[in-house]
Design a protein around this ligand. Structure first.
Ligand SMILES: Cc1cc2nc3c(=O)[nH]c(=O)nc-3n(C[C@H](O)[C@H](O)[C@H](O)COP(=O)(O)OP(=O)(O)OC[C@H]3O[C@@H](n4cnc5c(N)ncnc54)[C@H](O)[C@@H]3O)c2cc1C
Length: 302
């Protein structure tokens, strides 16, 4: 099987997602080439062929032009599988490329099950195994789902170019407005999950965060329910945090939540279910009712 991995370059830097793409290639056990619109001065540590277009010429993102460049790499490699990260770049470009190639698109892959791709469904409460029927397939993989692998080595670079003239222009990235919380810089983050039960219990977790001298975070259901603003959300569609201490209160540990916090230095989880998936990444899992345990811990700390 031949893979074409799609690397990403943003604000003048190669993103470390190329190591996750290499991790995916290794999990599937296939030969891989990589495509990148980036810079020859900042190439991934990768031992295969890198199809490289210059971001200074083609822009860091331009859907029409990047699609055209990627189709050229596909023509050369003739891959069985084109693999994107499920980022804003990937989820915008992958369907365009799949449509041009008349290839099946499977998005948000979180694991492999034989020749099938595992994707979440029912708000990620369940999994579905998808086996595409086209010969070429385009997929996006969920950030954090496959372990990063730094192969080392220097790629053999093949330069790509296109005459394609675009009708759109990349202007800039605009960071989301930082509100009252900057979780990315916090050394301690205490997050509330659905397991806290009700909106009124947010104050209990806020007090615990304060007792630790940390910031308050939350899982997506807590944000979706309006218990916290989106600025507090940790996970693949929220903020990515790497504090020294992360305290997960009533959080199950879905792949999307883990993508945002698994690089934390020390993870303390409080969950009434001893088998909750958060236990797989937690340094300490306290099996308890968070509604009783959190105030007791706050009292100890203050
Ligand atoms: C495209 C997409 C993007 C997503 N992005 C994100 C994201 O950025 N961030 C995110 O968090 N999620 C995200 N999700 C949602 C994600 O899939 C999960 O649904 C979500 O993370 C679950 O949140 P939770 O752990 O708070 O709730 P649940 O999964 O419902 O878990 C609640 C946990 O609390 C425990 N519990 C219940 N009662 C108690 C109690 N009294 N004491 C102690 N423990 C208790 C339960 O045992 C359970 O483990 C995304 C989903 C999709 C499809």
């Amino acid at each position: 099987m031949k893979l074409l991995l799609v690397g990403e370059y943003r604000e003048g830097k190669l993103l470390d997602t190329s190591a996750e793409l290499s991790g995916f290639a290794s999990a599937i056990g296939a030969d891989a080439s990589m495509f990148l619109v980036g810079s020859a001065e900042d190439v991934p540590a990768f031992s295969g062929t890198l199809y490289l277009a210059d971001a200074r010429v083609y822009g860091e993102y331009n859907p029409e032009v990047h699609k055209q460049l990627l189709l050229k790499a596909v023509e050369e490699v003739n891959p069985d599988l084109v693999v994107f990260i499920h980022s804003s770049y990937g989820w915008d470009l992958a369907p365009r490329v799949a449509a041009s190639l008349k290839a099946a698109l499977v998005s948000e892959v979180i694991a492999l099950a034989g020749s099938a791709y595992v994707v979440g469904c029912c708000n990620a409460k369940m999994h579905r195994n998808v086996t595409p029927s086209t010969s070429m397939v385009v997929i996006t993989i969920q950030a954090g789902a496959f372990s990063a692998l730094t192969q080392g080595g220097t790629p053999s670079v093949k330069t790509l170019s296109t005459e394609k003239v675009s009708t759109t222009e990349f202007v800039c990235y605009e960071p989301a407005e930082a509100k009252d919380v900057d979780l990315a810089k916090a050394e301690i983050v205490v997050s509330a999950g659905r397991g806290i039960g009700k909106k009124e219990n947010i104050d209990m977790i806020r007090s615990l965060a304060k007792a630790f001298g940390g910031e308050l975070g939350g899982s997506r259901p807590v944000v979706d329910a309006g218990w916290l603003d989106h600025g507090h959300q940790v996970g693949s569609t929220g903020q990515t945090v790497a504090p020294k201490l992360y305290v997960a209160c009533g959080i199950s540990g879905s792949i999307q939540h883990l993508a945002g916090m698994k690089k934390s230095g020390f993870i303390l989880a409080i969950n009434k279910d001893k088998d909750a998936p958060i236990g797989e990444v937690a340094d300490v899992l306290v099996v308890a009712d968070v509604v009783k345990f959190a105030p007791a811990l706050t009292a100890k700390l203050t």
